[in-house]
Ligand binder design. Structure first.
Ligand code: 13P
Length: 258
């Protein structure tokens, strides 16, 4: 099996302010200063990207700076949007595309997610493609169909050469922010299907490079069992990433994988 370094991201969503973002970033950087067994990233709100970058640099941290979203066009009359080049200019290395909150609260469709992901990967950054079914879709037995559609549409026209910088996050919508995590078996089942889809689309060698991570109510007390299976290459963390000690504990839960 390919040797994939675990990845753990802290998605701060629309939380923190200038002061609490600074405190959180310092806390996370200090708690994880000597951890190099996982790739770690934090995703602050746009206005705090430069602030967080400067704290990470001052602390000598290897934590990567991430952005929660991006727009696909390089520049122009797109009020309120932010380009890949702007994010790179601010030190961003990894970008989330198609988070379920953008899909279901803000109405983003697969083709827009695909355009964003292509811009991110073609711009040389790491891109996280988020996929996952809603509760009613799971209950109707449609998990596979939904994930397959999001994967195929999300990855349209992505070149195989970019796959080493692709991360797929399986985030079942019913598990996000609800305290109801998927079981490790649920996660392994869907991750195995995702790996199979990647293999069908890009061939086994390219597919093996892609990290597939889980997101949805990951906390220090469930991270160990969720990250233990070889099919799970880490996690995307919401609520628990807002408490430095909790986020550090979740990251540490990946250490025995490497
Ligand atoms: P929670 O960890 O709060 O469930 O959020 C998960 C998530 O959406 C990460 O992107």
């Amino acid at each position: 099996m390919a040797d994939r370094k675990p990845f753990v991201g802290g998605n701060w969503k629309m939380n923190t302010n200038r002061s609490s973002a600074s405190d959180l970033c310092r806390g996370v950087a200090d708690a994880l200063l000597r951890v190099d067994t996982a790739d770690i990233a934090v995703f602050p709100p746009f206005p705090y990207l430069l602030l967080v970058r400067s704290i990470l640099r001052d602390r000598g941290s290897s934590i990567r700076l991430g952005a929660q979203d991006v727009y696909s066009r390089p520049d122009g009359a797109y009020t309120g949007e932010v380009s890949v080049e702007m994010l790179k200019d601010c030190g961003v290395e990894v970008v989330i595309c198609g988070h379920s909150e953008r899909r279901h609260v803000l109405g983003e469709k697969d083709d827009l997610v695909n355009q964003k992901l292509r811009a991110v990967l073609e711009g040389g950054l790491w891109g996280i493609l988020c996929v996952g079914e809603r509760l009613e879709e799971r209950e109707a037995g449609h998990t596979d169909v939904v994930v397959q559609r999001q994967m195929k549409n999300g990855l349209t026209d992505i070149a195989g050469q970019h796959l080493a910088r692709l991360i797929v996050a399986y985030e079942p919508v019913w598990a996000i922010g609800t305290g109801k995590n998927a079981t490790p078996q649920d996660v392994v089942e869907v991750h195995t299907k995702i790996r199979g889809l990647l293999t069908g689309l890009f061939g086994a060698e390219n597919a093996a490079r892609v990290r597939i991570i889980y997101g949805g109510s990951v906390k220090p007390d469930n991270a160990g069992p969720l990250f233990a299976p070889p099919e799970v290459d880490g996690g995307l963390i919401g609520g628990a990433s807002l408490v430095a000690g909790d986020f550090a504990a979740v990251v540490r839960a990946t250490t025995r994988k490497h």
